[in-house]
Write a protein that binds this ligand. Structure first.
Ligand code: SF4
Length: 137
């Protein structure tokens, strides 16, 4: 007959035996993955500063704006300020022309030059449009 004292005495021994039995039947641990040689990475290209885009300068050699093209018509552009329809453009002031407009990008005294309203083209220095802004300097 097993007494309680005897059972308690047997418990650690049976637990150890049980652990030993379990560890023997357990599958062997998986082999550690072998380290694969890492291919050498290609040499990095030297870091260089990104090429800067050339500064955007208005073209002084673009084609002349055609007064009949849609943008020109919409702005009331004329190649000769004296030809402005003063009824249609009552804000026109005598003496105003592309050549003395703040948006005109041609050289002083030039016959024609770029205007940001007509990208890539030139307006006549003696021309005018409804977007005229008097040059202050
Ligand atoms: S904005 Fe000035 S420079 Fe350009 S077309 Fe009109 S008047 Fe001429």
């Amino acid at each position: 007959m097993t007494t309680r004292r005897h059972f308690i005495w047997l418990l650690p021994a049976s637990g150890a035996a049980l652990l030993a039995a379990c560890s023997e039947s357990a599958p062997p641990p998986a082999a550690a993955p072998t380290a694969q040689p890492v291919p050498a990475s290609p040499p990095e290209a030297p870091v260089t500063a990104p090429a800067q885009a050339p500064a955007q300068t208005p073209s002084a050699t673009g084609p002349m704006v055609d007064a009949t093209e849609p943008t020109a018509v919409a702005l009331g552009y004329v190649t000769l300020a004296s030809a402005v329809d003063k009824v249609k453009h009552p804000n026109f002031a005598e003496g105003s022309a592309c050549g003395n407009c703040a948006l005109y990008q041609g050289a002083v005294g030039s016959a024609a030059g770029p205007c940001p309203l007509f990208t890539g083209k030139q307006v006549a220095a003696k021309g005018w449009c409804a977007s005229y802004v008097k040059k202050t300097t």
